[in-house]
Design a protein around this ligand. Structure first.
Ligand SMILES: [Ca+2]
Length: 320
């Protein structure tokens, strides 16, 4: 109840303050961005690149017009007032200015992604739904130690509504669907990424990567990077996100699921088809994975048994 009262007071103060701010600054503080009006652009804290006003509460709402949309956000600058130094990691953001991020379910219900504070630039994030909301909260100037008041220019980030989950390779089977095809006839090798490459993968997302080799080919995966939130045995029972492999269109119990920070060793398919499945749940995200893939023609391997052809009389034996 007390928190609610404080929030109401902060909101009331902001309302009054807004009247005296330049038009652009007041306009930027609470903003709704719709994909049909602005498919991509920049979102900034009030007054950026100058100091942001304190106290302040600003809500930025991104709404994708299509159920296939997700919102990708990549920060180019991030500097909020530092929390008091004595706080432990999980308490840091409780006592300073913050930027909280939420998936918007049905454009309305908030589902927290994460909350950031301090001066470390967050990695790119992606919503798991067509809606994303940012809530920027700056505490009153007097509520923080003097040392934390030096830098507070706020944040600047590029946003983009995407239907391909930001993927950089493969052929997507349908907009908004996290299923990508890798045909040997299109590319004999390349790299496969988790959704929102080089950032945190979106929550509650399942992706299938389907590899199709030519006759006689297998596919080999060599992992370059691996950070999938979870613990052994990497399944729903342990609240884990995971990566699994299959030689079939359905699950393959022969190969264990992978999660954590240790990348799988080289993985190779038994035949021409291979399926890689990534699954994230609705809490905590890692930065995902990157793996090189290479189709290999096994029909020319030295240990392949060659058919012996016996020539007719007058000829000589040989191998084909
Ligand atoms: Ca998770």
């Amino acid at each position: 109840m007390r928190v609610n009262t404080v929030l109401v007071l902060v909101a009331a103060t902001l309302q009054v303050t807004s009247c005296h701010l330049p038009h652009t600054l007041a306009h930027e503080c609470n903003k709704t961005i719709r994909s049909e009006e602005e498919g991509e652009g920049v979102v900034e804290s009030p007054g950026y690149p100058g100091l942001y006003p304190t106290p302040a509460t600003c809500t930025y709402t991104f709404l994708g017009a299509s159920p296939h949309h997700k919102v990708q956000l990549a920060f180019t600058y991030f500097s909020l007032r530092e929390p008091p130094l004595h706080l432990v990691a999980h308490e840091r953001c409780l006592h300073t200015d913050t930027l909280a991020m939420y998936n918007l379910v049905n454009n309305y219900t908030r589902q927290e992604i994460d909350t950031f504070c301090g001066t470390s630039v967050p990695l790119p994030i992606m919503s798991s739904t067509p809606g994303l909301q940012l809530v920027f909260t700056a505490k009153p100037a007097t509520s923080l130690p003097e040392t934390s008041l030096l830098i507070h220019n706020g944040f600047s980030a590029r946003f983009k509504f995407v239907t391909n989950l930001g993927m950089k390779s493969g052929q997507q089977t349908a907009p908004g669907v996290c299923q990508f095809l890798y045909n040997s006839t299109n590319a004999a090798n390349g790299t496969v990424y988790s959704p929102n490459p080089e950032g945190y993968y979106p929550q509650d997302t399942t992706c299938h990567y389907l590899f199709y080799g030519r006759p006689g080919e297998v596919v080999r995966l060599t992992f370059k990077y691996f950070d999938v939130e979870g613990v052994m045995p990497c399944n729903e029972a342990t609240d884990s996100d995971y990566l699994e492999f299959s030689n079939f269109p359905s699950a393959d119990r022969k190969i264990p699921a992978y999660c954590g920070n240790v990348a799988p060793s080289i993985i190779q398919s038994d035949g021409t088809f291979f399926r890689l499945t990534f699954r994230s749940n609705n809490k905590f995200s890692g930065t995902g994975f990157a793996t090189d893939y290479q189709f290999l023609d096994m029909s020319y391997q030295p240990y392949t048994i060659k058919k012996v052809i016996v020539m007719t009389a007058g000829g000589s034996g040989g191998y084909s």
